[in-house]
Design a protein around this ligand. Sequence first.
Ligand code: PEP
Length: 250
Amino acid sequence: MRRPIIAGNWKLNKTIPEAIDLVARLKRSLYDVTDTDIVVCPSFTAIAEVAETLSESTIAVGGQDLYWEASGAFTGEVSGAQLKDAGCSYVIIGHSERRQFFGETDATVNKKIKAALAAGLTPIVCVGELLQERESGKTEEVIRVQVQGSLANLTEDEMSGIVIAYEPVWAIGTGKVATPQQAQDVHKFIRGLLEKMFGKAVASQVRIQYGGSVKPSNVKELMAAPDIDGALVGGASLDADQFIQLVKYK
Ligand code: PEP
């Protein structure tokens, strides 16, 4: 049985006081949720204060990106150890916005996964197809290349500590959610790829989140699909009431 994991990706939003206010509300309302992993991923600037506010709660904190080097002359970058130091236990890697706007490739995603694992962080690795790729029947091919490239040369042990997020790019921030069947088909396909790469035991244990316009109104039917183990939530994670309802989807 895979434990559900619901994570909020705040993207480039919220000042430190706004971030503290949001997580203080989450902490008050979600203290009794013990059967789901809950993660919030603020901007770098708010991570330490958010982690401090969430101490003695079950809500974990994640970064939205990291760099693969541990230290050095890499202006503007943040390492896995620094994220850990600030209070993170997760990090999102290879989000489609990083791929689209910041030149992220499967090769850089792979390096970042290794750096995150070395720092003791749980990577949330994003994959997903563009609208034109889906419409031209290339979804599986795109996902196969991303999964195989991003997860290349990892051990079974390393893979079992990774979360995958399937996020069809056409569904992110657009209000167009994939149907549970569309999402389930790709999740099942990803699990099949993981089985070929890492064996059945690892594949059956890896959690695969769906992301793309997840809302309180659609989370339950998505979570009912057999291979959907959680949600990576953008817009709806910025609002305490919506995120609370999402986490309490049962
Ligand atoms: C995301 O950015 O990971 C995401 C899924 O965004 P939204 O929920 O707003 O579509």
